[in-house]
Design a protein around this ligand. Structure first.
Ligand SMILES: [Zn+2]
Length: 188
């Protein structure tokens, strides 16, 4: 009895007919690569957007009230969490992320202002702050990645996604409420 081999990786199929287009191993890999590519595009959009608005804000070309920026950030969190509940399509995420990155860049500018800006070497401190934020994001995503990939393979992954999205949604709403009302809800 002859079992056909996968053309790509050489793994033997478990049955003779029908021969699938690709084996489970290759299918997994294809999905993983697609997923990683999309995550990178999203990250890239976020980085470009917050770099732009961080520079605009620190150089005082654009000025926004810190409170408005905080409310905007809360709204972006609420929106993404809510959207997770009704769609699992992520193909437009990079564009959404770019828009949200613009808002978050203004937030970083406020953080930077609180840390205290040096009177000289502004461009260099802007750059190193941005590199720091980037490095932090890459480390977090790098640590979360294997875990998220594993979760996505589990039967309960869609329930997990809904649960986490609801938690994030509640957090975002609490944040929004705090920033608009001045009443403290969150312990941080
Ligand atoms: Zn294969």
């Amino acid at each position: 009895m002859y079992f056909p081999l996968c053309n790509t990786c050489g793994m033997q199929f478990a049955s003779q007919t029908p021969v699938p287009a690709s084996c489970p191993v290759c299918e997994d890999e294809r999905q993983y690569v697609g997923w990683a590519g999309q995550a990178w595009t999203t990250h890239d959009a976020l980085a470009k957007a917050h770099t732009l608005t961080l520079a605009l804000a620190v150089l005082q070309i654009v000025r926004l009230l810190p409170q408005l920026v905080e409310i905007g950030i809360a709204l972006t969190i609420v929106y993404v969490a809510a959207e997770n509940l009704w769609t699992s399509s992520t193909s437009h995420r990079w564009l959404l992320t770019f828009g949200f990155g613009l808002v978050h860049g203004f937030g970083f500018a406020n953080v930077l202002r609180e840390l205290g800006l040096p009177s000289s070497g502004l461009a260099r401190s802007l750059l190193s702050f941005n590199v720091g934020v980037e490095a932090g994001q890459i480390v977090i995503v790098g640590l979360m990645w294997p875990l998220l990939w594993w979760v996505s393979r589990q039967q309960w992954s869609s329930r997990f996604r809904v649960g986490v999205s609801i938690l994030i949604l509640l957090f975002g709403l609490a944040w929004f409420f705090e920033r608009t009302s001045g009443v403290k809800l969150l312990p941080f």
